[in-house]
Ligand binder design. Structure first.
Ligand SMILES: [Zn+2]
Length: 339
């Protein structure tokens, strides 16, 4: 009897266990999926004196904040006017009460629109401008705000160097005189301030809205372009980030600032494809949100605010039929469409 029970109960037991095992595996897989973030290794903690660079997600526009180990702060552009309060909030979150340097790469509204808000909110010691004038009210208001809050502006010229602390240097690579004229896209973009940041073995290139001609001139001038991280020019427009430039820059990482809804088609698929072929890892503010780069001068760590799928990162946008990503120079404020 007992053997018989044994024979009966053994197969019955296996049959009874199987659904439980499957259910157990399913629960385990579900738990792994639910808590997958906790299984992702945390970014390595950097030792030593750490420099931070933030790509602030200002929608369609640019705003980059550099904070040194001794808390010197440099802001490059401040997005559109509607992003101004957001940039100020970002500075407040980091308890930045003073900017050693505020830089307007060129006078288009998606770079200088928020500068007035920043000048109202924090003390700015130095202001660096491309020197290019624009016809817009946004530009005139920025000049008035600089006069009121800073007093004077310094005109950028290739060769200038700003020594921050711990041997961190911000060097101006462009523009230089004579300014580029009658380029295929926008002259104001083409004469954007281009800068290189160096800290030990870490380096980053800030390109504003540089055009094809800007890149060609930097190459002809034999500017030191090879860096670890590239701030991609002009929100990933098709007019720049060309192959010869990428061959000189050799970026490990490329960062694109653009809006999740923008009618210019930024970043364009062609530029993303060129970046992919260059071997760079791409981060985009439209899909990753704010992006933080931390470096101690030997290693660097990049932390995006949001995760994004590989597909989303490498998918370009399409422009609206009516929009052009080159901004005509002589438009008035009323019809200005910053890009
Ligand atoms: Zn722009």
């Amino acid at each position: 009897m007992s053997a018989g029970r044994g024979r009966r109960s053994a197969p019955g037991g296996r049959r009874g266990c199987l659904p439980m095992i499957i259910a157990g595996i399913a629960v385990a897989l579900w738990l792994v999926w639910q808590f997958r973030d906790r299984f992702t290794p945390a970014p390595p903690t950097l030792t030593g004196k750490v420099l931070h660079i933030y790509a602030i997600d200002v929608g369609q526009g640019d705003s980059y904040l550099i904070v040194t180990p001794e808390r010197k702060a440099v802001l490059i552009d401040a997005g559109l006017a509607e992003a101004g309060t957001q940039v100020v909030a970002f500075l407040r979150r980091l308890d930045i009460r003073e900017l050693d340097l505020l830089i307007a790469t060129h006078p288009h509204a998606d770079h200088i629109g928020g500068i007035g808000y920043v000048l109202e909110a924090v003390k700015v010691k130095n202001f660096l401008d491309s020197g290019q004038e624009h016809t817009t009210l946004t530009y005139r208001r920025m000049l008035e705000a600089v006069k009121t809050h800073v007093g004077r502006l310094v005109i950028a010229q290739a060769g200038q160097k700003f020594n921050l602390d711990n041997g961190i240097v911000l060097a101006v690579l462009g523009p230089r005189q004579p300014w580029l004229q009658n380029v295929s896209g926008s002259d104001l973009n083409a004469n954007s301030i281009v800068m290189r940041l160096d800290y030990g073995q870490f380096s980053m290139l800030f390109t504003g809205d540089a055009e094809d001609e800007t890149e060609a001139r930097l190459l002809a001038d034999k500017a030191p372009l090879n860096v670890k991280v590239l701030k991609v020019a002009h929100h990933g427009s098709r007019h720049s980030t060309k192959e010869p430039f990428l061959r000189a820059v050799k970026p490990e990482v490329a960062i694109i600032s653009c809006g999740a809804t923008n009618r210019y088609g930024h970043p364009t698929q062609a530029t993303l494809d060129r970046l992919r072929r260059s071997g760079a890892t791409v981060y985009r503010t439209d899909v990753h949100g704010d992006i933080t780069i931390a470096t101690n001068g030997s290693e660097y760590v990049i932390t995006p605010a949001r995760k994004a799928t590989t597909e989303a990162v490498w998918r370009g946008r399409h422009p609206d039929a009516a929009a052009s990503d080159a901004m005509p120079e002589r438009r008035t404020e009323q019809v200005q469409t910053p890009s």
